[in-house]
Design a protein around this ligand. Structure first.
Ligand SMILES: Cc1cc2nc3c(=O)[nH]c(=O)nc-3n(C[C@H](O)[C@H](O)[C@H](O)COP(=O)(O)OP(=O)(O)OC[C@H]3O[C@@H](n4cnc5c(N)ncnc54)[C@H](O)[C@@H]3O)c2cc1C
Length: 260
């Protein structure tokens, strides 16, 4: 079974900086980590490899420095790592990111694809399901448990607001995973040594045979016009009177600010 885990390198900070001229994320000078949800995706893949005949490939689309995240994945137990990097990918929105990654996935081949639920910087949770659409395969989002797995069928639990669904799916399939799925392992010393010397396979747009016009900024149907933090307004209002009068007053206020 060939398992591919898609990981994203994200800034190690809750405070994402935005370039005010281009409205894009400023990654330079900000320490980076593997997107925390993707650690659970790596763990799931490596755990499957321990119980059945499988290989784990980790794939990221990003700048050359994303190689660090790939080496960390190898240290956790992945067999090989692929860096999808090209100037032609710059400015990709979620559509172009998913399209480009799915081009690489077609080239690499796959049975199972694991993604994180969402990236903690972009936060859209769109890339996993969008890739499944481009690849024309089923996907299950918010996977919190793998009940059973064979070369052809997988049964998983999908976390829902009010409980969980049990879903059986054929292979190939794409899963996006949540924290509840597992506890990511620490890299072993042996793993770290293997990661240090590992060859990272590099792919450009030419390798995945996609037209440059469909990539990066020119392949992105959405453009960021403006990004800003919502203005914080701290206005304290105390309602007086009987509870029912206070409720009426609150109702009127909420109506006046179009909350209800
Ligand atoms: C309208 C719009 C315009 C944008 N424009 C730009 C821009 O001009 N420049 C720019 O730098 N960014 C831009 N971005 C951000 C960029 O598109 C996203 O970082 C990227 O598409 C991933 O989306 P996300 O962070 O929301 O990931 P999510 O969809 O939340 O990620 C879910 C999962 O998908 C996988 N995944 C996500 N990204 C990658 C990746 N790169 N490699 C491998 N796996 C991955 C991971 O498993 C991750 O856990 C834009 C985003 C939007 C919505």
């Amino acid at each position: 079974m060939k398992i591919v885990v898609c990981i994203k390198q994200v800034p190690d900070t809750a405070e994402v900086k935005i370039n005010p001229q281009t409205n894009t994320l400023m990654r330079d000078g900000v320490p980076s980590i593997i997107n925390p949800y993707d650690l659970h995706a790596i763990e799931a893949a490596v755990a499957i490899k321990e119980v059945m005949d499988a290989t784990v490939t980790v794939l990221t689309m990003g700048p050359p420095q994303a190689e660090v995240a790939l080496r960390e994945s190898i240290a956790m137990g992945a067999d090989e790592a692929v860096l999808l990097s090209d100037r032609a990918f710059a400015g990709s929105d979620t559509w172009a990111t998913a399209y480009t990654l799915s081009g690489a996935l077609k080239k690499l081949g796959f049975d199972l694809i694991f993604c994180g639920k969402q990236a903690i910087d972009g936060d859209t949770a769109q890339v996993g399901p969008a890739m499944a659409e481009f690849l024309d395969i089923p996907h299950v989002a918010y996977v919190s448990k793998i009940n059973s797995i064979s070369d052809t069928v997988v049964e998983v639990r999908r976390m829902m607001d009010d409980g969980y669904d049990v879903v059986e799916t054929s292979v190939p399939v794409l899963f996006t995973v949540v924290r509840e799925l597992n506890q990511p392992r620490f890299a072993s010393l042996k793993g770290k040594m293997r990661a240090k010397n590992a060859q990272i396979r590099k792919l450009t747009h030419a390798d995945i045979e996609l037209d440059e016009k469909d990539l990066g900024l020119s392949g992105s149907p959405t453009q960021v016009k403006n990004i800003f933090a919502p203005e914080m307004k701290k206005e304290r209002v105390v309602f007086e009177g009987k509870p029912e009068e206070q409720v009426t007053e609150l109702h009127n206020v909420l109506k006046s600010v179009k909350c209800i």
